[in-house]
Design a protein around this ligand. Structure first.
Ligand code: NAP
Length: 399
């Protein structure tokens, strides 16, 4: 539409409207923080007052411009959430080939989204970034070669802001259709936003080598967003599940997920307790949230031939691996980075999660807290506080 209008205005250059056309095209390209003034938004009738006396074409352009904008949160530089996140209006995105547009109801903040915004692990990958990668909503636009039957579908999605600048802290997001999964009717959009990266990580960590029925599985950090899904999915898969969590409400939360046994990892004899819970045999499979701190514990409780999936490292990033212990136990320690996993494994996880949500309608999708889109900075701070119990969700639907 921007092109059509620019062309229309160009034809009217003799009427002196060409500069308006340029301004209009620019505003669409850069977002209304430029078009309307930073932090300013359309105020309805009062704005008509401001443009009283304009040529009708200008009023039409203004109205179309307003119609094409969405509320969003973005950053143009990295730093503290409250300093760099801006709330305002940006052009509503249009889906490209193979993409869908999702009208978002909810967005979820993962630790990685906060890390990216803070510049902890990555530099600015794009000049402007809309943060957050998970969310849920309704497909309201289709790019070329996307099945028309998808229009109107309720979906949960992941990786919106991975490999592309615009994530889910907005009213709309465009992304490859493959990154969306059907959201069953019994799940609301808040719970749908929880699935995303945490559930995908848990699923891939558990099932990437096939069924886990009858295995003894240790989930460290069973109260974390990933860990809580890992406990529930491992039980669904027929495993015997031992979870670790710090004492108190975190231990209670891990128990709620269905762990057969929850052990306080801060106890000096935590490893002995885990061994005791397996009658001395050790665990066959570990889903681990903190490889740096848990190195000794995992080495001690792993059974011979165990698979140790490590998806996060904690503060102790540089540890020496006791290779002899790994060799003697025939241990496989495998780092896991969801976005680097083969496409087929991620598809398998999406399908598996769809099956799980259908078969276990009362599964827990833990929500720590919810914030309005305008307060996305507070949502990021809630994640960075390190005390969350579940997922921090942002409500994108401003109606
Ligand atoms: N590799 C990937 O692809 C991938 C994907 C998703 C997430 N991640 C990363 O995984 C980490 C967790 O994400 P999340 O969303 O689940 O965060 P979260 O909800 O904050 O959970 C982290 C949990 O880890 C627990 N924990 C920390 N150190 C522990 C230890 N030594 N033993 C046992 N539990 C421990 C914490 O419990 P306490 O507070 O009691 O210590 C907390 O419950 C983040 O660093 C995230 O960036 C990586």
């Amino acid at each position: 539409m921007a092109d059509d209008l620019t062309a229309a205005y160009s034809k009217n250059a003799g009427l002196g409207l060409d500069s308006l056309a340029n301004g209009f095209a620019n505003s669409l390209a850069l977002g209304s923080s430029h078009a309307l003034g930073k932090g300013e938004s359309f105020r309805g009738a009062s704005d008509f007052g401001n443009i009283h006396g304009c040529h009708p074409c200008e009023i039409l352009a203004f109205l179309l411009r307003v119609q094409d904008l969405m509320k969003a949160v973005w950053y143009d530089r990295q730093g503290r959430a409250e300093e760099v996140l801006e709330f305002g209006e940006l052009p509503t995105p249009q889906p490209g080939p193979g993409e869908v547009r999702v009208r978002l109801h909810t967005s979820a903040v993962n630790p990685a989204d906060a890390n990216r915004r803070a510049g902890r692990l990555h530099g600015m990958e794009y000049p402007r970034i809309i943060p957050n990668s998970d969310g849920a909503g309704t497909i309201d636009g289709l790019g070329e070669s996307v099945d028309p039957a998808l229009l109107g579908s309720r979906v949960w999605l992941h990786f919106a802001q991975r490999g592309r600048p615009f994530g889910t802290a907005a009213e709309y997001v465009c992304l490859p259709r493959e990154l969306t999964s059907p959201l069953p009717e019994h799940l609301d959009f808040t719970h749908g936003a929880c699935l995303g990266i945490p559930a995908m990580t848990a699923y891939c960590g558990l099932f990437q080598r096939g069924p886990i029925k009858g295995k003894r599985i240790l989930v460290t950090g069973g109260a974390g967003a990933v860990g809580h899904y890992a406990v529930q999915l491992a039980k669904w898969g027929g495993a015997h599940v031992i979870a670790t969590a710090s004492f108190g409400r975190k231990a209670a939360h891990a128990t709620l997920a269905g762990a057969d046994c929850v052990i306080d990892y801060t106890a000096p004899d935590a490893a002995d307790q885990i061994l005791e819970a397996t009658q001395g045999r050790g665990v066959d499979h570990i889903i681990d949230v903190n490889a740096g701190d848990n190195l000794e514990l995992c080495l001690k409780v792993a059974a011979d031939h165990a698979l140790w999936i490590s998806y996060a490292v904690g503060a102790q990033v540089a540890r020496e691996l006791p290779l002899i212990a790994l060799i003697r136990k025939n241990l496989c320690i495998r780092g896991m980075y969801l976005s680097g996993l083969p496409y087929e494994i991620r598809c398998m996880a999406q399908e598996g999660l769809s099956r799980w949500t259908r078969e276990v309608p009362d599964a827990i999708h833990a929500v720590d807290s919810t914030f309005s889109l305008r307060d996305t900075a507070m949502a990021h701070l809630a994640v960075e506080a390190g005390t969350k119990l579940g997922t921090v969700v942002v409500r994108c639907n401003l109606e």
